[in-house]
Design a protein around this ligand. Structure first.
Ligand code: FES
Length: 186
């Protein structure tokens, strides 16, 4: 005898909550590339508060914007290249989420622990892309984008960033209309 379990259909709230977090283990564009400078920037994306910054080589890094000590926003801290120093008590968190220094309490258990969620990021087609991993992962899969937005020889493209307080389905429907591209003057 087998038992059939019927799950209730997801509610509108369930769907909104899932959309807010995005699908896990996929790449998402999170902002235009020129938003990220050497001054750490806070963003809310995919259900997270994130801190993004560039190191001295221009490489973009992203951490959850939450200090593992008392939760201060790391985005308000100091850029130390591959690390951010928390603005509250100076804990240093490396771009892979590892706490490298606890100035007020050297040798405490937080030191050398991977206490902060870190995100893999890449830049392509004028945007910062972030891998929406469910947990800290050493390596993200390759970011595969269509040639229409990576091949500058064959195709032309432009990045359009807007925030609309509307249903995402209307937004997708609207931007599928190719007429706008021909009249865009940047
Ligand atoms: S809250 Fe960040 S070091 Fe204390």
């Amino acid at each position: 005898m087998t038992e059939t379990i019927i799950k209730p259909a997801p509610t509108k709230a369930d769907i909104s909550a899932a959309l807010e977090k995005g699908l896990k283990n996929l790449w998402y564009p999170v902002c235009p590339s020129d938003w990220i400078t050497d001054k750490p920037r806070a963003l809310r994306r995919l259900g997270y508060k994130m801190a993004l910054w560039r190191d001295s080589q221009g490489k973009v890094h992203a951490l959850e914007d939450h200090c593992p000590h008392r939760g201060a926003p790391l985005s308000m801290g100091v850029n130390l290249g591959d690390r951010l120093a928390c603005p509250y008590h100076g804990i240093e968190v490396r771009c892979d989420g590892m706490v490298t220094k606890v100035p007020a309490s050297p040798g405490c258990p937080l030191e050398n622990s991977r206490a902060t969620l870190s995100f893999h990021v890449k830049e392509a087609a004028g945007a910062v892309w972030l891998y929406n991993s469910a947990a800290n992962v050493m390596q993200a899969p390759q970011l595969n984008l269509p040639p229409e937005i990576t091949d500058d020889e064959e195709w032309s493209h432009f990045l359009c960033y807007v925030e609309w307080a509307g249903d995402y389905r209307y937004v997708i429907d609207n931007v599928m209309d190719p007429m706008h591209g021909s009249f865009c003057t940047k």
